[in-house]
Design a protein around this ligand. Structure first.
Ligand SMILES: Cc1cc2nc3c(=O)[nH]c(=O)nc-3n(C[C@H](O)[C@H](O)[C@H](O)COP(=O)(O)OP(=O)(O)OC[C@H]3O[C@@H](n4cnc5c(N)ncnc54)[C@H](O)[C@@H]3O)c2cc1C
Length: 570
């Protein structure tokens, strides 16, 4: 047994957000210790190998974070980050490449393309899409005293400055469907984009989050990212670069070290106590400047802080936080040869040989709402036939050819296919309702995909590897709700409301030196965006915890809190 240890900052949880925060703080010269419950770091930005040589992404697959300041500020290229992308080769992204209805491929109209490009800031000279993405995700919520209106909300400021003909007060009330009804033309295009938002962030049908929903789609498309699945080593390769940056700057990571308690002395977070079975000797680790919880908000407050330090009413509001955003059933298909489109879905001769993935079926708004009703309304197992259930899939051909998903000779891994399903906590048939019938749901996913591909049967199909949201929760407590977003992502829990208004600036009121950094606890929530770490930096600078070097630049839309140090640093 060693002695108790002491650091400037202790971070609970080595997922994407805890690790990004560690990298930023270590780069500021602070001593940082990150404690992880599981045997491996990475949280939901992980790769698994259930069969030797067959790699799967059980959670994060696509890179939504291309506009992040973190690429420059953390200099991830110095720590091994590489893209599967040649800047001299034009990005082959075209919306109609992936857009299918039950009748076949859908030709996206010129008006659809131009309307979408306009909303995303691609038609001005120079384009302003990067400002729009950064204003939406990479800016901390304003201090409580600042009125939020069409002049102060960052993305509204961007439209006002760069595209005033789009800037109207109503933008703040709209759904993404309302917005697309003004600028785009065809129903399948709108349905495809709204469904992509539904499984990426703010939902396409939710009021007051039209721009966050739009940006959660645009941020995973060119030019915001070169290709959605473009990081070498996939999303875990991206994680490795952040981890290496943190370690190279001196951060210490401890796996198999679950935190059981945040030690609070005289109203201040003083350190943490590890669980008895932690593999590390000192069970108390002290923090001189800050404790940051990058673990899920509910266990953070209900267990790690505990009721004796919190007001009962506040604790109830934490318990009441809604996880009803919907979860994803993830399915991968191990086959002997590449999947092939059915003849009806081939657009060009090359499609005869290779399946490049798709979203399906983008038939109509009615079908979108039938899916939403099934998942978010009845909160029971899906009732739609597989041919009507909406899904997306990443085909094996989209991954970096130098790091294929399957290195087993003669085997191809296709997927994951992701489909919205109810959140286990609200499943009327019980937490494990899908798990009890997993074979049935794997077969359901197979039938859904088989609407579009022709060789998804034995002997080509070797195995279906499915993962329910409840299994995701059992892998990782951070996935409570089985959700990629942590908590719901509508207007009630967006930006200055997330997760509760008094927690929106990442501080825990009443407990000095305690901050929140998990996707469930902090704007902008889910996705591996390096956004929570960047946004939290503004607050840690304000509180005198972090003092970055010249490499730091704040968000241009950031408003400092009165009486604090400004993160603009002069
Ligand atoms: C099915 C699915 C698909 C997704 N697809 C994408 C995608 O394509 N692209 C994308 O960018 N994002 C995607 N996401 C979202 C993304 O994976 C998450 O938003 C992100 O990884 C969350 O990071 P985090 O650090 O907030 O939380 P987590 O990854 O949950 O990390 C929290 C960490 O804290 C640890 N921990 C918890 N309690 C303790 C404790 N008491 N002591 C010590 N450690 C503790 C956990 O073990 C975990 O490692 C997806 C998520 C899901 C579920």
């Amino acid at each position: 047994m060693g002695k108790d240890e002491r650091y400037d900052v202790v971070i609970i949880g080595a997922g994407h957000n805890g690790t990004t925060t560690a990298a930023y703080l270590a780069k500021c010269g602070l001593s940082v210790c990150v404690l992880e419950e599981r045997p491996e770091c990475g949280g939901a930005q992980e790769t698994v190998e259930p069969i030797a040589g067959v790699r799967l992404q059980p959670h994060a697959i696509a890179n939504y974070g291309g506009s992040a300041p973190g690429w420059e500020q953390l200099e991830l290229w110095r720590y091994g980050f590489r893209m599967d992308w040649n800047p001299k080769v034009p990005v082959p992204y075209a919306y109609d490449r992936h857009l299918f209805t039950s009748d076949g491929p859908w030709p996206v109209s010129q008006k659809d393309q131009m309307g979408w490009a306009k909303m995303c800031g691609l038609l001005t000279d120079p384009p302003f899409y990067k400002d729009l993405m950064r204003a939406t995700f990479w800016c901390p919520p304003h201090p409580a005293g600042v009125e939020l209106n069409e002049h102060t909300i960052p993305y509204m400021q961007v439209y006002k400055q760069h595209q005033p003909d789009m800037w109207t007060r109503e933008l703040m009330e709209m759904t993404m469907f309302d917005l697309m009804d003004e600028y785009c033309e065809t129903e399948p295009f709108k349905v495809n984009q709204a469904w992509t938002a539904l499984v990426s962030g703010a939902h396409g049908h939710m009021e007051g989050v039209a721009i966050p929903a739009l940006c959660s789609v645009a941020t995973v498309h060119a030019p915001a990212v070169a290709k959605p699945v473009a990081a070498r080593g996939n999303m875990h390769g991206y994680y490795h670069a952040i981890f290496r940056c943190a370690v190279a700057n001196g951060a210490v990571f401890r796996a198999c070290c679950p935190v059981e308690e945040i030690i609070i002395e005289n109203g201040r977070a003083a350190g943490v106590r590890l669980r008895d079975d932690a593999t590390r000797g000192p069970k108390k680790i002290w923090a001189d400047k800050a404790v940051i919880s990058a673990a899920h908000i509910k266990p953070t407050f209900l267990k790690l802080i505990g009721p004796r330090h919190l007001d009962a009413g506040f604790l109830q509001r934490i318990k009441d936080l809604s996880l009803k955003g919907g979860s994803l059933y993830m399915t991968s298909f191990l086959t002997r040869e590449e999947l092939r489109y059915r003849p009806k879905y081939r657009r060009q001769p090359a499609d005869q040989r290779q399946f490049t993935g798709t979203f399906f079926p983008s038939d109509s708004r009615e079908l979108y709402f039938e899916n939403v009703r099934d998942v978010l309304g009845s909160q029971a197992n899906l009732t739609l036939p597989p041919s009507k259930a909406m899904w997306g899939i990443v085909a094996s051909s989209l991954y970096d050819a130098t790091q294929p998903q399957s290195t087993r000779e003669g085997y191809v891994i296709n997927g994951p296919l992701w489909m919205m399903v109810p959140t286990p906590e609200y499943q009327v048939e019980g937490l494990d309702a899908m798990d009890r019938e997993k074979d049935k749901w794997n077969e359901y996913m197979r039938q859904a995909l088989a609407c579009v591909v022709e060789n998804l049967e034995e002997p080509n199909l070797v195995r279906i590897l499915g993962e329910t949201p409840y299994e995701q929760e059992l892998r990782n407590t951070g996935m409570l709700g089985g959700s990629w977003y942590g908590i719901r992502c509508d207007r009630d829990e967006w930006w200055n409301e997330r997760p509760l208004p008094e927690l929106a600036r990442y501080r825990v009121p009443g407990i000095d030196g305690l901050y929140l950094a998990h996707q469930s606890a902090a704007h902008p929530g889910g996705l591996c965006l390096m956004a929570v770490g960047y946004n939290l930096m503004h607050i840690l600078i304000e509180d005198g915890v972090a003092q970055p070097g010249k490499w730091w630049y704040p968000s241009p839309w950031y408003i400092p809190e009165d009486g604090k140090i400004s993160a603009k640093l002069g």
